[in-house]
Design a protein around this ligand. Structure first.
Ligand code: BTN
Length: 336
């Protein structure tokens, strides 16, 4: 275990050193001197980084060079951890080629007592889960599917606040980093021209007055194309690539999202608490002010969404008065 931690530590330090000199050749001797470890240890760390997908070239007799990260499509967990430096919540990244569900991975870590801050990313899920027991499917290696371990001081009924924070963070990342005019649909769907770009699922375990841990999972459509989707769902989904017309580096979106989400978690756990978070959410939530159809327990209710309360519930003005929804499926009908 200690050996493994040490090995991961050398990977991180080698990556950090190469990253500061990106595009230039760094001799193995310089790396081993700077990091005070053997050439053999440097070689091992570089091999491990290459296996993770970090774009490092070994140039015989000269050294190692880290190539541009601008168009990189691989998710190297060490690289993600390097770019998470300074993130107040997230500091560890696990990467899987295939797993049942990243939610399950994180729950296992939570149950064995791991602290908050781990992110599990997978290229494929064999049992990906969506909200309300639906499946979540995504083509191999194109999109982002990840779950995060959180230990917030919340009551079970307040887990919805994590969903809203994650939705707000994802919406901001897609708007500000990718330049996509997304809509944030209560509680946490991210749409573009009415098509889904990102889904969020938060699950928690605890007792009536506190949660032990929460797991927030994100499925973000990044580089998939319409032809990657079954014909019957093509009209309902989109991706960053479909909207922009080109691929987007998934690692950049992941790191950016984790920074924004961590800041919102801090708002939630800070002095202003839920009302400070909800004030930010209200500013960005496109459901407020729209005519909506809310589906709950198989029944449709039509009205105008007027507010999101401090507990995250949606208020809808209907012919029979205001109705408050804690959880429901919402469809935007039109602007009022
Ligand atoms: C939704 O139904 O909109 C929520 C979808 C959440 C999917 C993500 S993908 C990563 C994580 N692992 C899962 O099994 N589900 C979530």
């Amino acid at each position: 275990m200690a050996g493994m931690r040490e090995e991961n530590g050398s990977r991180l330090r080698v990556f950090a050193t190469l990253c500061k000199k990106i595009g230039t050749i760094v001799p193995g001797s310089a790396l081993s001197q700077e990091l005070a470890c053997s050439r053999q240890a440097i070689y091992k760390a570089v091999c491990a980084l290459k296996d993770e997908g970090a774009p490092i070239e070994s140039i015989p007799q000269k050294g190692y060079r880290l190539g541009s990260l601008d168009d990189l499509q691989t998710i190297s967990p060490t690289m993600i951890e390097y770019f998470l430096h300074g993130n107040p919540v997230f500091n560890r990244c696990l990467h899987f080629k295939e797993i049942d569900s990243t939610q399950t991975v994180i729950k296992k870590l939570a149950r064995r007592g791991d602290p908050a801050g781990t992110v599990a990313v997978s290229e494929r899920q064999t049992k990906g889960r969506g909200r309300r027991g639906r499946n979540w499917e995504s083509p191999y290696g194109k999109n982002l599917m990840f779950s995060m371990l959180l230990r917030p001081k919340l009551k079970p009924g307040e887990v919805q606040l994590l969903n809203l924070a994650a939705g707000l963070a994802a919406g901001r990342a897609l708007r500000e980093l990718c330049g996509i005019p997304v809509e944030l649909k209560w509680p946490n769907d991210i749409l573009c021209s009415g098509r889904k770009l990102c889904g969020i699922l938060s699950e928690a375990s605890g007792e009536p007055d506190r949660i032990y841990y929460a797991v927030t999972g994100i499925g973000m459509n990044v580089n998939m194309e319409l032809t990657d989707l079954p014909v019957d769902v093509r009209k309902d989904a989109t991706s960053v690539k479909i909207e922009l017309g080109h691929n987007f580096p998934r690692w950049r979106l992941l790191v950016d999202f984790l920074g924004r989400f961590a800041s919102l978690i801090e708002v939630l756990s800070g002095d202003g608490g839920p009302s400070a978070l909800i004030a930010l959410y209200r500013e960005s939530c496109d459901t407020i002010g729209k005519q909506v159809r809310v589906t709950q327990d198989g029944k449709d209710i039509i009205g105008v969404a007027t507010n999101v309360l401090d507990n995250g519930a949606l208020v809808v003005r209907t012919d029979e008065g205001d109705k408050v929804f804690v959880a429901a499926d919402v469809h935007h009908l039109r602007m009022i």
